[in-house]
Design a protein around this ligand. Sequence first.
Ligand code: BGC
Length: 392
Amino acid sequence: MRKFPDEFLWGAATSAYQVEGGNVLSDWWRIERMPGAPLERSGDAVDHYHRYAEDMGLLAGAGLSAYRFSIEWARLEPDEGEFSRAELLHYRRMIDTALTLGLTPVVTLHHFTLPAWLAAQGGWRAPGSLDAFARYVAFVSEILVDVEWVCTINEPNIAALMAGAAEHAMGGEFDGTLPTPDLAFGEILAVAHARARTEVKARTQAKVGWTVAQQALVPVPGAEEKFAELSWAWEDFYLQTARGDDFIGTQSYTSQTVSEKGIVPHPAHPDNTLTGWAYRPDALGIAVRRAHEVTQGTPILVTENGIAIADDTRRIAYTRTALTHLADAIADGIDVRGYLHWSALDNYEWGHWGPTFGLIAVDRTTFERQPKPSLAWLGDVARTAGASLEVA
Ligand code: BGC
């Protein structure tokens, strides 16, 4: 029987910009409106800003024990140096609600979006960005005193990739592959992470870590050198930075092959998900093992794993297989502290509403929530510490 540790966290995750709605002071609100950008707009998103208690109630009611959400920096610091205590206390109410419902809050401080005023100065590359981030984190720490898990920066490697993406596309090189994350940008984020960790640790008892998008890269025979080069730029630099941290957040969706030429784009296949990614539930096991190896044993929290799919039975099948691979890794001695499914809700997938990752569907006119069978299914897995995975 596959068992997970008793104190294992079972939950779901969201990020503020993707669910709250009305984040008009964030850089992404501007990005959505760039002339010619083929992006759908976030608008009211799924109004989680007002409906977080209902959403957390659904997760707790299903049997989950944790909820990962993020704080929108632009709400807390709408203009440079001007902080909003009312917004700070909004997020404190979210933490209180989670705790009251028996959900362990996992709080992310930066999930892709920056205040528009900082973006206008050059974003993370602006000379004052690190000081600004440390100041924001110090301000937030006041409400984190009893929070056990804090993620400083979500997917710094994808942030570093996005930084180079525009130039890559403009250079006419776009061939279906993604640009390699910009290491110089990643190094800025590594400093930001260290500074945030210092600020949080000075004021709380929280476990502090960052989260890394892991591609579960696998070399074809003969491509070992390319694999080593790309692994470093894509994720190992970020995993290595987490050596000695309280935890590393593993985020896994799919796996990709590396040939001598580079990362091989996912070929078209009927099983591909709504984001065009190959259906690879085994990726989670590969990712967790890599994180364990490169961090040299930093405890792992799976902070994201999921699938964009319309057919919820496929979500259940994917997650069941992913969790069996996770259980195998734990049985092999890897220290994994929890599993947070992406995502709690069908949400705004960075420019698109089509790819649905949620355990809960939302009617975007009435904002009515409709839990999917996968929510109750994951709740059963949580309640039985994985034993129900044996039941087909
Ligand atoms: C991000 C999420 C995103 C998800 C699915 C992760 O890269 O943290 O914001 O929605 O993957 O693409």
